[in-house]
Design a protein around this ligand. Structure first.
Ligand SMILES: Cc1cc2nc3c(=O)[nH]c(=O)nc-3n(C[C@H](O)[C@H](O)[C@H](O)COP(=O)(O)OP(=O)(O)OC[C@H]3O[C@@H](n4cnc5c(N)ncnc54)[C@H](O)[C@@H]3O)c2cc1C
Length: 422
């Protein structure tokens, strides 16, 4: 092991999207400062490479809409960052970088991707740009401790110590720890006096043993999904739901999984349920009209056959089985109780949620550095001098669709201004 001491104006801990952007922001706002990124893995932005299934979900057209698409009690904290570097700035940044973009129209979610649909190329362009701006990158350097003395931070690592006047902490969250961010950033932040809101995995599949998932395993449908926490309706999302052997997955589940994860993994409560409707955005009356028409047109066929077309044969059979209908029950012979049960499965199928899947299956972390100890305007620590935070290490997580990467780019830019407040 080598032991050495290097002095920089700014040391950035973690070279994900937030760290890379913070470095470029420092260079923009403080052209004379020496800047180093230290990262514990052998390449930068490994998590970014997985985003958008390898395409790179850069941002979202709905980024600055109200209400904000973030799970955070303090909207001001979020908007103060995006008011300094928002959707237009992110788009202009990638335009200037040389990355043409497009809005994916397959869904109305407003996801922005690079036209080349290839995150790795974009990541390599970012790394090239860091080099062009003389930002030093140290790979395979894991930070183990931060010590503040009068004028400098000493950064202890697995490979000697570094010193810097300013620290920007961009060590990420805890999901997919093999990609670099493994929660060690929280320990570093706690060591500087910061409170860590218990991190829990989110945008994650949920465990909910139920008959519908059992019969529909492998099927995928656009549905309305609602979390019910302690008997109270939580978040509702419309999108694909995938039926799995353990319960549910898919974008609509990811969107409401925050509620389940916080309740189960942080608050240790076992009172969460999910409610699903096969008819998103339709009133009970509209669903009834659809069902009645099908049952009467196909009165001499089994009920499941009346549902074919709306659903696959497998899904129609599963719905009828869960409603407890005998296979041979004809559409014209449903009694009122059977009709009500069928209607209930179609519009408000409810199942207990007992757990979430783990850190290796979730996309984001909810929790992290408590934001009331960080200045909303500058992202400077209120606890320690010349310390800044950006990206997923902060207790900010957004919905699926480019909101988390947007947070990383924008908060990285704001932190890189190095506006001192302490
Ligand atoms: C499978 C998957 C899919 C995703 N898809 C999307 C998507 O489609 N849209 C979207 O907006 N977001 C998506 N995300 C989330 C998004 O990738 C993250 O929110 C974003 O990467 C966070 O950026 P960051 O820079 O804060 O942290 P990270 O990208 O996690 O970077 C942190 C860096 O810090 C380094 N580091 C950590 N600890 C230390 C230490 N002690 N010493 C030195 N270095 C350290 C790590 O090696 C890493 O390089 C996805 C995430 C995953 C896992």
């Amino acid at each position: 092991m080598t032991t050495f001491s290097v002095q920089y104006d700014v040391i950035i801990i973690g070279g994900g999207p937030a760290g890379m952007m913070a470095a470029l922001s420092v260079r923009h706002h403080h052209p004379d400062y020496s800047v180093a990124i230290l990262d514990k893995t052998h390449e930068l932005g490994r998590k970014f490479l997985t985003s958008g299934a390898g395409r790179g979900n850069l941002t979202n057209v709905h980024l600055e809409e109200n209400p904000v698409a973030y799970f955070h009690g303090d909207a001001h904290f979020i908007t103060s960052v995006f008011s300094q570097f928002g959707y237009r700035d992110i788009m202009a940044f990638f335009d200037e970088l040389g990355v043409p973009t497009y809005e994916e129209k397959k869904t109305s979610r407003g996801k922005i991707f690079p036209e080349i649909d290839h995150a790795k190329t974009v990541r390599d362009m970012l790394v090239d740009t860091l080099g062009e701006h003389h930002i030093e990158i140290f790979y395979n350097v894991a930070i183990t401790a931060l010590v503040l003395s009068a004028d400098y931070w000493t950064v202890e690592t697995n490979d000697g110590s570094y010193t810097g006047r300013y620290i920007i902490m961009t060590a990420g969250g805890k999901t997919y720890p093999s990609l670099g961010a493994d929660g060690s950033g929280y320990d570093l932040a706690a060591g500087t006096g910061h409170t860590i809101v218990t991190p829990v995995v989110t945008a994650v599949p949920i465990v909910s043993k139920n008959q519908l998932s059992h019969f529909m395993q492998g099927e995928k449908m656009v549905m309305e999904a609602t979390s019910i926490i302690g008997g109270v309706n939580g978040t509702t999302a419309v999108g694909d739901v995938m039926f799995t052997q353990y319960g549910f997955s898919g974008p609509a589940i990811f969107d409401i999984s925050h509620d389940f994860s916080v309740r189960i993994n942080r608050e240790n409560k076992r009172d969460a349920k999910i409610r699903l409707s096969f008819f998103p955005n339709k009133t009970a009356g509209e669903v009834k009209a659809i069902l009645d028409k099908r049952l009467s047109v196909h009165a001499t066929l089994p009920v499941a056959h009346s549902l074919w077309g709306l659903f696959t044969q497998k899904a129609a059979g599963a719905i009828c089985a869960v409603a407890g209908l005998p296979k041979e029950r004809l559409s014209g012979e449903l009694n009122p109780q059977e009709y009500d049960k069928l209607f209930g499965v179609l519009t408000e199928f409810t199942s207990e949620v007992t757990d979430t899947r783990g850190w290796n299956e979730g996309e984001f972390t909810a929790g992290g550095v408590a934001t009331d100890e960080v200045d909303a305007g500058s992202l400077a620590s209120k606890k320690a001098k010349r310390l800044f935070f950006a990206g997923e290490i902060l207790n900010v997580d957004g919905q699926v669709g480019g909101f988390n990467l947007s947070w990383a780019w924008s908060s990285g830019w704001v932190a890189g201004k190095l506006l001192e407040t302490v």
